[in-house]
Ligand binder design. Structure first.
Ligand SMILES: Cc1ncc(COP(=O)(O)O)c(C=O)c1O
Length: 365
């Protein structure tokens, strides 16, 4: 298809007062902009199909048949990416082609059609252009973009759907955890979010549904997030419900993060932080990191920082790791030096305050 988008303007856009109210306290995922993107696909997963009818339309409810496959068999994938306001008023996004590639990796696992990368990026441009006034400019704030793909075909047979929709919605976002303080983390020993041969590496709704009981358990224990391990691989640490994790061995100038085995999501924040760490001459190890090693390295003092990373929170320092029958106290007070400085560099690149040596930014507006 040509990438012509039909534009239908929202006849009732948010007032300036409403926008000011949203910007006063954006939170995360609470408010949505005036428009959204929809693109349709018709075809057959094995033989191919065609994307058509690309539109910018007023944000609003979808009308779907109750038999739509997404409601029954969970054929759904999504992405998370931000648009950042730079000091000259322009708006950029970060490594959008990586998100486009990851969407297609997820699509291949969930038997959904791939979306051309340039159409993904163009969809972001279209939405951010029309809703540009929704991009906040406060410290740590951005417009969070949520591209997603759903199987819309009304058919209850179990096979890849013949009709699919790709959409993008947008939501102004503040600091994900509300403060940069360390967050206590719950280690789930009862639940797994993914398994070998499953969908862990894909960004599909089912993985998040599978993590929710772990998240509830975490909150019951006073923790903000849950981290999962793999009992079949020597209790190898995997990732959090919605973020990757990395470990800093300060004395050795080394960063260790779980390798991509197929059960964890290949985070773009993770990949970028590892690159920035390498650029600085730090040693980077992507490998198995077990709970036993975590305990030992924390006790010996070799482990100096632990942090979570992802688009929403960027980098968040760990407080105490709590589990059913033990705890590992925080290894750093507040933000560790290396994680904080890597975070500052990454945010600096994203917001235009620091040079972008790898060409990670794409101008949207
Ligand atoms: C399960 C999970 N792991 C890791 C991440 C981090 O990925 P990214 O850095 O691309 O946002 C996310 C999402 O943000 C996630 O949902």
């Amino acid at each position: 298809m040509t990438h012509e988008f039909t534009i239908t303007k929202n006849p009732n856009p948010a007032s300036e007062e409403k926008l000011a109210e949203v910007f006063a306290n954006p939170g995360f995922g609470n408010h949505f902009t005036d428009h959204m993107i929809t693109i349709e696909w018709n075809g057959n997963y094995e033989d191919g199909g065609e994307w058509s009818n690309a539109q910018v339309v007023p944000y609003g409810p979808l009308s779907l048949d109750p038999a739509a496959a997404v409601f029954h068999y969970g054929q759904e994938i999504f992405e998370g990416i931000k648009a950042y306001r730079h000091s000259d008023g322009s708006v950029y996004t970060f490594r959008a082609e990586e998100n486009a590639r990851r969407l297609n990796q997820s699509a291949r696992r969930l038997a959904l059609p791939e979306l051309p990368e340039e159409l993904f990026v163009e969809a972001l441009k279209q939405l951010v252009s029309i809703d540009e006034r929704w991009v906040p400019n406060g410290e740590g704030e951005a417009l969070y973009l949520r591209p997603f793909m759903i199987a819309t075909e009304a058919y209850l047979g179990v096979r890849p759907a013949h009709q699919v929709k790709f959409l993008v919605i947008a939501s102004p976002a503040g600091n994900y955890f509300g403060s940069p303080e360390p967050v206590d983390i719950w280690l789930s020993t009862k639940y797994a979010r993914a398994g070998v041969g499953g969908t862990g590496f894909a960004k599909c709704g089912g993985n998040y549904a599978a993590a929710m009981m772990g998240q509830i358990e975490a909150e019951e224990h006073g923790c903000k997030q849950v981290i999962f391990k793999d009992p079949n691989r020597d209790d190898a640490i995997e990732e959090l419900g919605g973020m990757n994790v990395f470990f800093v061995f300060g004395k050795e100038n080394k960063i260790v993060t779980p390798e991509l085995t197929g059960t964890i999501l290949s985070g773009i924040t993770r990949k970028s932080l590892l690159q920035l760490a390498k650029d600085r001459g730090l040693t980077v190890e992507e490998r198995k990191f077990t709970l036993a090693e975590w305990k030992d390295a924390a006790a010996s003092g070799d482990l100096t920082e632990v942090a979570a990373c992802g688009t929403a929170a960027v980098v968040a320092p760990f407080g105490t790791l709590k589990a059913e029958d033990f705890e590992i106290p925080a290894v750093s007070e507040g933000f560790g030096e290396i994680s904080k400085s890597l975070r500052d560099e990454l945010v600096g690149i994203q917001t235009g305050a620091v040079e972008d040596p790898h060409g990670w930014l794409t101008k949207l507006v």
